[in-house]
Ligand binder design. Sequence first.
Ligand code: HEC
Ligand SMILES: [Cu+2]
Length: 489
Amino acid sequence: MKNRRFGIAGVMTGVITGIAVVIIIISGCGETYSKKVRGEEYAKLTHAPLVPLPITRNYPTKVIVNLETKEIIRRLADNAEYNFWTFGGDVPGKFIRIRVGDMVEFHLSNDPDSKMPHNIDLHAVSGPGGGATSSFTAPGHTSIFSFTAMNPGLFVYHCATSPVALHIANGMYGLILVEPEEGLPPVDREYYIMQSEFYTEGKFGESGLQTFSQDKAVDERPSYVVFNGSVGSLTGDRALPCKAGETIRLFVGNAGPNLTSSFHVIGTVFDKVYGEGGTKVTQTNVQTTLIPAGGSAIVEFKIRVPGTYTIVDHSIFRAFNKGAIATIKAEGKEDLAIYSGKQKDEIYYGSDTKEELWGGVQEPSATTKTNSSSNVSPADFGKTIFMQTCIPCHQPDGKGIAMVFPPLAGSDFLNQNKERAIETVINGRQGATIVNGKNYNGIMPPPNLTEEQIAEVLTFVYSQWGNSGQKVTADEVRKIKSKKTTVSK
Ligand code: HEC
Ligand SMILES: [Cu+2]
């Protein structure tokens, strides 16, 4: 560990040489607090998911923080945008890292193009409003105020300009880490993740510029629950990288504005949790940790084998239906003793023999290997719906799973009769279905999509994997929906 043995006490008793010494006196309620602060530096802030480097100083200093509030229209999800209000041009706001005892001189600037005044309430501040009233800043102005970080820990900051809830709901929040005197134990990688909700008039997945819904916000019914400000901010190419064998520390914030997070990383166990963002390891060997709105947690875990690890809010509809998914991608060597991977896939006939059910059916083939190498342009609306709705059963490559889920790739059932395919996606399907000469007898529940979404997803499916390429319009879907009789079996 770095040279941090000399705490504040050592500094206070030490000989003061030619270094500038600032003595801060904060008085109130008859008590006086004074502390020596040496030197001055500018804080280096980072955009999520990056975290500034650990502090190597072993004395408190004056830290100048420059942060700008900015209102910007930006991606919320594929094809959906939102007018975000931000600290530093991004959601969440920039990460601030200081040391306990530091005297922070905070410069809050509000972009001249802003429509709103903004301010900042840092939960790390000891003082009324956490800095809010002192930092109230009109567009095109800068406010300066100072505070001494009395308590170490991981703290949320947010805008507290009236209406406070709206400023938070629109994206104005971030994290400030106040390191304890001795610092945090070294780890291989640190990342910054912040969960939050967005309340839009449109449903999850609707395209275009989304507007804020006060009703949904009051009812605590978000359309989106996301990590780092948008759906997919940390998935695919943007997954958090690491190597097997490394220890990862996540600084996790929950901005709310309403929901508590059941924070979980699928496929790992948190070796340590600094509960509620405090400085003590409150629990070891944890699966899921609660993070309150306006709160935080620090979690640490070792990634033992390579692969993709999915970060979720384990209030699980939020993950799969509202966007609360992020991923960690670990490279490295397999350790088959720790995790074998799939060793076999066999057909299971149930506990009582149902052999006759499969009589006359062709030899079951092994499960098709999946790989998501479909050659799609990202502009494709239907792709998103397909990924969100259809892949658990029909698989990312559209090949389905032998005997259980029929293929969409090269499906004669699909390609021969468009109306029948539309009807399937409207109503779901059950009973005997023959696809490419093979019998299926499962249940596809109705996917619950709008007419537009059905048209988009089927157009996408038809454009893939050598399928017929025909287009499906929302009008065609509406026509079939309004028919009383079913099209065909
Ligand atoms: C929960 C699993 C599940 C999901 C999710 C699902 N399906 Fe299906 N799908 C099935 C099953 C099972 C069948 C066969 C039903 C039967 O045996 O009659 C089927 C049949 C079909 C068929 C007709 C057979 C074929 O292979 O051509 C189409 C077309 C289809 N699904 C499209 C979709 C689309 C598009 C989506 C996403 C919007 C979707 N499905 C989501 C399980 C699912
Ligand atoms: Cu604000």
